[in-house]
Write a protein that binds this ligand. Structure first.
Ligand code: 13P
Ligand code: SF4
Length: 331
């Protein structure tokens, strides 16, 4: 009997295929730089990517900034280091370009838990409502919407519909509630949530604030209301980074969003003290399990092979374009 067949049967994690197929002595950074030139590709990365990927990217930003960059690029290929809905948005805006991403399994709990067929059925109850969808949705859900928003412009987008419009807001209930509070109006909300931001609790954060009384708590609006109620500043990832960089009267910040943003905060304000808000899972910091599926190895492979490619069926793409364009026109 071979030692292998003697081995106990226990569920082990799968080997990482991209590592096995790559020469370990390869200078990945140099190869990625060579391939990006050869393929006339632009690398767009969200702040929740690994710092190595952020440092290599042509542009690093939040979901609004990334869509704006995707709209204006003249590259032939967009290598999108983010999650699937972001790459889909780039494709909606650039049907003639090739959009690739390191790992197309990089989904999002908000987008994945708002299936377009169920959403379409649910919307039938609200025929006289305007539909505002967060960019964290599939292209098919965007196609069912009147206008798209991101965390940096959600308030402005809802306001643009006029004070009397009846509004359905999907899929993030926390962002929706925050917009309601800001505008003093009610909306019908889809009950979605982000698996990363929902893990923060006001209870743990209050303890942390007591421990660090001189720290300022900054939070993403995907956090639940009780957390937002005790935050000193609320904003999208870009807005949180700018706030930490510009609020020089404070040296210490508790950061209630995915820890990838801290890389830019430290780069732009060396010496700043950043404390990751602890999720209620026992871990010390929060990472998005979807975003982190993208790796340098997979980025190299996708630029080399120009796949996996992100595609959107034409009929969906055509219907999704207008609501995305409406948002971009508002800025
Ligand atoms: P931003 O709009 O701040 O980029 O947020 C996107 C996101 O997925 C947050 O979890
Ligand atoms: Fe989606 Fe949350 Fe990950 Fe953002 S952090 S991509 S909302 S799962």
């Amino acid at each position: 009997m071979s030692p292998e067949s003697d081995a106990p049967v226990i569920p082990l994690p799968m080997p990482i295929p991209d590592r096995e197929s790559i020469d370990p002595t390869l200078d990945l950074e140099a190869e990625i730089n060579r391939l990006r030139k050869e393929q006339n590709a632009i690398i767009l990365a969200h702040y929740y990517q690994d710092s190595e990927i952020q440092d290599l990217a042509d542009y690093v930003g939040d979901s609004l900034g990334l869509s704006q960059q995707a709209k204006q690029t003249d590259a032939d290929v967009i290598a999108f280091c983010g999650v699937h809905f972001m790459a889909e948005t780039a494709k909606i805006l650039n049907p003639e370009k090739k959009v690739i991403m390191p790992d197309t399994d990089a989904g999002c709990s908000l987008a994945d838990r708002c299936p377009p067929d169920v959403f379409a059925e649910w919307l039938k109850q609200y025929p006289d409502h305007k539909v505002v969808s967060y960019i964290n949705t599939s292209a098919a859900v965007k196609a069912l919407s009147d206008i798209i928003c991101t965390s940096s412009n959600a308030v402005r987008v809802v306001e643009s519909l006029g004070p009397d419009a009846k509004v359905v807001f999907a899929p993030d209930r926390h962002l929706g509630r925050w917009v309601e509070k800001k505008l003093g109006r009610e909306m019908v909300k889809w009950p979605g949530f982000c698996v990363v931001h929902e893990q923060y609790t006001a209870r743990r954060l209050l303890k942390m604030k007591a421990e660090y009384p001189d720290a300022r708590l900054v939070a993403h609006p995907e956090c639940e209301q009780a957390v937002l109620d005790i935050a000193d500043f609320i904003g999208s990832t870009t807005q949180l980074i700018n706030h930490v960089v510009n609020t020089t009267e404070y040296d210490t910040f508790i950061v209630a969003t995915e820890m990838g943003v801290m890389h830019q905060m430290r780069k732009k304000r060396p010496g700043v003290k950043l404390l990751g808000a602890p999720p209620d899972s026992g871990c010390e910091c929060a990472v998005c399990p979807y975003m982190r599926l993208n790796t340098m190895e997979k980025l190299y492979l996708c630029l080399r092979d120009l796949e996996p490619e992100v595609t959107v069926p034409d009929d969906i793409r055509e219907r999704a374009l207008a609501p995305v364009e409406r948002m971009l026109a508002l800025g």
